[in-house]
Ligand binder design. Sequence first.
Ligand SMILES: NC(=O)c1ccc[n+]([C@@H]2O[C@H](COP(=O)([O-])OP(=O)(O)OC[C@H]3O[C@@H](n4cnc5c(N)ncnc54)[C@H](OP(=O)(O)O)[C@@H]3O)[C@@H](O)[C@H]2O)c1
Length: 131
Amino acid sequence: MHKGIIDSGFNVNMKIDQSIDRDGNVLEYCRLKNITIQAWSPFQYGFFEGTFLDNEKFKELNDKIDEIAAKKGVPSIAIPIAWILRHPAKIQPIVGTTNPARLKDICKASEIELTREEWYELYRAAGNKLP
Ligand SMILES: NC(=O)c1ccc[n+]([C@@H]2O[C@H](COP(=O)([O-])OP(=O)(O)OC[C@H]3O[C@@H](n4cnc5c(N)ncnc54)[C@H](OP(=O)(O)O)[C@@H]3O)[C@@H](O)[C@H]2O)c1
């Protein structure tokens, strides 16, 4: 849901909001300097609204998450984390659950690797456009 850090790289030299570099290319800087970025609140959208998982406001995204989860044989909750882990910057997700069963399901993300096609399908299902 909050992916401005990667949007600008996809939309270079475009006259649209998503092309704006709001952070001085911190992602690329960290990659060049071997600095690890951490993604906190990976299941949340907005500040206080809640999670996008199992949320009817994000039906297209949840349908795509469920479809890829079924194909990969992992719980759906593992897919957003697999999406973050697939990025070449080796971003570390910081999850906040206090539920051990949920945490176990989330950890399944480390047992799979999304294809590039799956990664971009998820990006688009979340409402993002590619140039
Ligand atoms: N540095 C900063 O500025 C900053 C900002 C925000 C957060 N953080 C830190 O980052 C860590 C993670 O934040 P977060 O807790 O917001 O992360 P998160 O993993 O995105 O959110 C998990 C929270 O959502 C709940 N939840 C409800 N339905 C869920 C569902 N279907 N799937 C998954 N979770 C669901 C979980 O409840 P259950 O416990 O019941 O599973 C848990 O409270 C925390 O330690 C937080 O303090 C830091």
